[in-house]
Design a protein around this ligand. Structure first.
Ligand code: F6R
Length: 613
């Protein structure tokens, strides 16, 4: 959580930092702040509670001038959202300021030590120990600010990405990371720090991915990187792989709506990249066909929406690859006693690659000798660096807090991986593989078809948005779709929604059904008995006067007989239908949220990546 940004160059820093924070606001938005060094090396700090617009208004009334600065947008962990707890935090003399993303786990211990030395704290945050520790190191004889920063960080346990600015060293800003994301952007005669590349993408030519345990010194002339022990390490300049327009709304009213519309293109590109002549062409560096052949178990680990993708992955892999697959929430996995051994492949799924529970889980699994193959969206994320192999979802930056395009890309990644694994294990013939790929190729157009009917979905949402609750039902491949549809609705419209396996309805939730409850049933036509079972479930809802909304296959007249409203999707092979059906539910949640007047891209209390437990 939290976004940090920093600038050093020859331009006015405040506007550049605000622009960066605007793009990072998805990471947290309960308060924000800037620290700017002016031409006479005086440090000025401005902070505001609430959305970034509050800080913007404050800076309009009292502008800060200077060409070096750091900024922060906060998602509160330690200490309520307040100006006092907003970053940047300063040392007692007001000479240096720090912005921080992460958690200093031993801050209470450090704070007690500092208080014993009569240090006065202004906030309730864990972060504030850092400026005081740096200042103490300076007072105790550190010869440079770099040395003071290194020594202070050597005392901190936990996770951090941070920016430091000080009037004692006005031509340098410092950055450091351990377990929290941070990049250094390289422009022309100007340098940036940021929690992610999109925050500064339009201003930079190259990027430096700082490694854990490194400290960087940025001056207008260049960047030097050091270990915490003080040894200089070579700097690697990487290409910027995302486009500036990926970080813009491109005419859409929200990032979420833009990202929903991007799904056909993303899935088409993934398919193009990983297929050739009717076969899957997925080379997974680090894991051979022989490894897949000998594998005896797969364990998928993830959180939230990515967990729903994992549930789908399990169903598909078991169906195609004849292998035992388990799926678990990372926050549960890490505290239970899972029976995994080196014959188990661990597949973490994560958009950000920074989710704390997912990272902790795979570190445990690696210690038990398992190989880790990640499905991830963000290059050079912590997850990617901790994995033996990676299958990128290549969905581009996902900025709307509610995940949409990353989810369907995760589903597609599971399909491709399953086909590759199925072939390696001789579980599918080339003919079946080609047939499956032909069906898969229809998915992008099928999603387009759903998006083209968004006005119909909008009308359905308008009609049903105002109740206190709704129920989402699905079976087999679309059970995860029901969970995901309910999650989307909860997150952005704040309407309680519950996803359930339709067959479980009689075991409890049926008691909820009355003439006010919208019940969303995913009832696309299938080749197996699941469709008939869904029809029975829908009849049970109808008999109790529930308000039935169906996701159904175009032309299905049976559903028409009893559903109050229908979101139609094209006929798609059962196994792949979740990629299409979920788009109808994303749009349903979207328009319900719009009707309820919520802040769709930044729903209350949420942050895009959950980098703390
Ligand atoms: C829901 C959502 C979250 C994330 C979850 C995992 O819309 O975005 O539930 O899916 O926090 O995040 P990643 O995928 O970054 O590990």
């Amino acid at each position: 959580m939290c976004g940090i940004v920093g600038y050093i160059g020859s331009k006015e820093a405040a506007e550049i930092l605000l622009d960066g924070l605007r793009r990072l606001e998805y990471r947290g938005y309960d308060s924000s702040g800037l620290a700017i060094l002016d031409a006479s090396s005086t440090l000025h700090v401005s902070k505001a509670v609430g959305r970034l617009s509050e800080l913007e208004a404050k800076l309009e009334a009292g502008p800060l001038h200077g060409t070096r600065g750091i900024g922060h947008t906060r998602w509160a962990t330690h200490g309520e959202p307040s100006e006092r707890n907003a970053h940047p935090h300063m040392d007692e003399s007001g000479s240096l300021a720090v912005v921080h993303n992460g958690i200093i786990e031993n801050y209470q211990e450090l704070k007690a030590e500092l208080q014993q030395q009569d240090c006065t704290f202004q906030s309730d945050t864990d972060t504030e120990v850092l400026p005081h520790l740096i200042a103490r190191e300076q007072a105790q004889g550190a010869s440079t600010l770099l040395e003071a920063v290194r020594k202070a960080l050597s005392k901190a346990r936990g996770a951090y990405a941070l920016g430091v600015i000080s009037k004692d060293d006005p031509d340098t800003i410092y950055a450091a990371r351990l377990g929290s994301p941070l990049v250094i952007g390289v422009g022309e005669g100007e340098y940036f720090i940021a929690s992610d590349v999109p925050a500064v993408v339009s201003r930079i030519q190259k990027v430096i991915y700082l490694k854990d345990g490194e400290v960087a010194a940025l001056t207008p002339d260049g960047v030097k990187v050091y270990t915490l022990a003080g040894d200089e390490v070579p700097v690697t300049l990487s290409d910027v792989t995302i486009r500036a327009e990926d970080a813009e709304k491109a005419g859409f009213e929200t990032f979420m709506l833009k990202e929903i519309h991007e799904q056909p293109r993303i899935l088409r590109n993934l398919l193009r990249k990983h297929t050739l002549d009717g076969r899957v062409n997925l080379a997974i560096d680090g894991l051979s066909n022989d490894y897949f052949r000998k594998l005896n178990r797969v364990m998928i680990i993830s959180c939230g929406t990515a967990y729903h993708a994992g549930m789908y992955g399990k169903l598909l892999m078991e169906h195609v690859c004849n292998i035992a697959v388990e799926v678990d929430l990372a926050s549960e996995f890490r505290y239970r006693d899972p029976k995994v051994d080196p014959g188990t492949l661990i597949i973490p799924v994560s958009q950000s690659g920074e989710t704390a529970d997912t990272l902790a889980s795979i570190r445990m699994a690696r210690a038990w000798g398992c190989k880790v193959l990640s499905i991830c969206n963000v290059q050079d994320s912590s997850l990617v660096r901790d994995s033996d192999a990676v299958l990128y979802t290549e969905a581009g930056p996902e900025i709307g807090v509610a995940s949409t395009k990353a989810y369907t890309a995760q589903l597609m990644a599971f399909v491709l991986l399953t086909l590759a694994m199925g072939r390696a294990r001789n579980e599918i013939t080339p003919e079946v593989e080609t047939e499956l790929l032909e069906d898969l190729a229809q998915i992008p157009d099928a999603i387009h078809y759903v998006i083209d009917r968004k006005d119909d979905i909008n009308q359905i949402a308008e009609k049903h948005h105002d109740g206190p609750s709704s129920l989402y039902l699905g079976r087999k491949f679309n059970y995860p779709t029901a969970l995901e549809g309910a999650l989307k609705n909860k997150e952005i419209s704040y309407q309680h929604a519950e996803g359930y396996a339709a067959g479980e309805m009689k075991h409890g939730p049926i008691a909820l059904i009355n003439e006010y409850l919208p019940v969303i049933c995913i009832c696309t036509r299938t080749r197996d008995e699941v469709y008939e079972k869904m029809i029975s479930n829908m009849k049970e809802v109808e008999a109790r006067h529930g308000r039935l909304i169906a996701v159904a296959t175009d032309g299905d007249t049976a559903v028409k007989a009893f559903a109050e409203d229908i979101m139609y999707v094209p006929a798609i092979r059962d196994e792949f239908s979740p990629m299409v059906n979920v788009v109808a539910l994303q749009l349903l949640a979207y328009y319900a949220a719009q009707a309820r007047g919520t802040d769709i891209d930044k729903p209350r209390n949420l942050a895009k990546s959950v980098t703390v437990e």
